[in-house]
Design a protein around this ligand. Sequence first.
Ligand SMILES: [Zn+2]
Length: 498
Amino acid sequence: MRSMVLVAVLVAVVSTGCGEESSPTLPSNGSPANTPPVFLSWEPPSDTLDVHVGESVTFSVEVSDPDGDPLSVQFLADGVEAAGDASWTLDIDTERARSVSVVVSDGEAVLSRQWTVRGSIAPPPAVRILDATPLPDFGELSVAWLPGVDALLRPLAVYEIRASPAPFDSDGDWDAAVTRQTVSAPAGPVRRMAATLKGLESGAWYVTVRGLDSRGRLGRMSGSVQVRIVDRRVAVTVMDAVTRLPLGGLRVTVAGVVGETDANGQYVLEGCAHEEFELLVDDGNADGIGGYFDYFGVHSFGHTIVQLIPDEPVASASYPDFSTMYRHLTTIRGIPEGGRTRRWELPLNVYVPAYTNGGLDYQATILAALEDLERVFRRDLFTLVDRPPSVGLRIVYDRSAYVDRYAFESFTADHYPERGRITFRAHYAAAHHASFLTVVRHELGHALGLVNHSPDLGHLMVGGTAPLAPHFTPDERRVLGTFLSLPRGADPLLFIQE
Ligand SMILES: [Zn+2]
C-alpha cells in the first residue's frame, strides 16, 4: 500500500509539471490507479493581471485526462462559483484585487490554477477639440471641445487647456506650455465646453485640451489645433511734419471706420476687421487745423505715425502745388523705391580739402556755405572730416571737369546714400567768388536731397544753366526743410492733395 501511494504521487508530479496542484485519490478495492487530468494550456498565461476598470478579461483552460475520464471545469471568483465551462469572462468593475481560480476534476482527482486580477482606472480618452478662434480683443482665444467621459463613462470633472508656440507631440511639450487654463465641468450635462485663453502674443499658437477624471488623472492628448494671433489694434499718431507738433481734431478713417485724433494727435481703433486697410487722414472737418495735405496710405495693424506736410501755396509758376514740387525735386530716379525719402543720416560727413586758385580759397568758401546752410535750416547738417569718409560726402577739384556736379558714388543695400562726391571745376578765381558760392550752394542742395533740377529759372536748383538766384528761394527752402524733417524712409508719394 505504502509503495503504491508513492508511485501515484510520482506519476502525478511527472505528468502535471510545476505550478499545478494535484491530489490523486488512492485506488481502492484493487481497481487500477486513477491518473489525474492535466492542463494542456491556460489563458491568460500570466498569474497576475492588471486590467482597466470597465474592461473584461476572459479565462480559459484546455484540459485532458489520460484515463479518458469525463472532466468538470469550475471557475471561481473570490472563492465563489462563477461558471462551469472551459472559459469564463470577468468584467472588471472595481479596483479591488480579485482572485480567480479554476478547478478541474475527473471525479477523483482535482486540478486547479489561480490568477490574481487587479483593477485599474484607465486614463480618460482624448477630448475632441471643436474649434479654436481668436477673439476681437488682442491676445484672446476661444477654445471649444466636446465634453468627455472617463473610463467608467462618467463625465470628466476638469479640463485643462494649454497653448504653446510649438506643437504638442509629447508630455514634454505639454509640460512646457506657458499658457494654461483649467476649467471645471458644470454639474449638469452639457453638449459643448468652452474657455477663453488670454495673454497670447502675436504669432502662431498650438492649442490642446485634456480632461481629468475624478481622481485627477490626466487624459490622453488630443493632438493640437493651430491658431494665428494677430494684434488687430490700430493706433495712429498725427503730427506736423516740420514742427512735429501733434495735430488734434483731424478726421481719421481706418478701413472705413471714421474717428478723430485727440489733443495728443492720437486715434486708436481696437480690433480692426481687416489686416490690410486704407488709412486716410484729412483736416476737412477741423476748425483752425486746415492747411495740411491729406494723408492716404495702405497699412496693417500696429502704430502708424502720420506726418502731415503743411499745404501752403508755392510762389513758383512751374509747379501746381507744394506736393508736386516736393516730389519732383526729391525723388531719386533709377533706383528701386526711389520715390521714398532716402536721404543721408544727418549730420552728413563732409571732406573739404584745401585748394586755392587765382586768389580764391575754395575750402574757406565751401566751409562758409556749409555754416550758412546750418543757420538757414537751424540744425546740424554737416560734420567736417579730415579724409574722404567711408560714409559721407567728399569734395574734389578737377581741372579737366567741364561741369560742376554732384554724384552718388554708392548706395546701401536698401538704397540709402552711402558715398557721394561733389566735383568742382578747378578754374574759379577770386573774381568768380560770388558765382562759385552760388554753385557751391546748388551742389550742396543736391547732396542734401534736392536731387533733381527745377525748371523754374528763378530757383537755385535750376538745371542746364547757371543759377540766377544766389540762394534757395522760400519754396526751395520749404521743400528741403520738409525733406530734412521727415523721417528717413517716409514715403512722400503717400501725401495726397486735398
Ligand atoms: Zn545741378
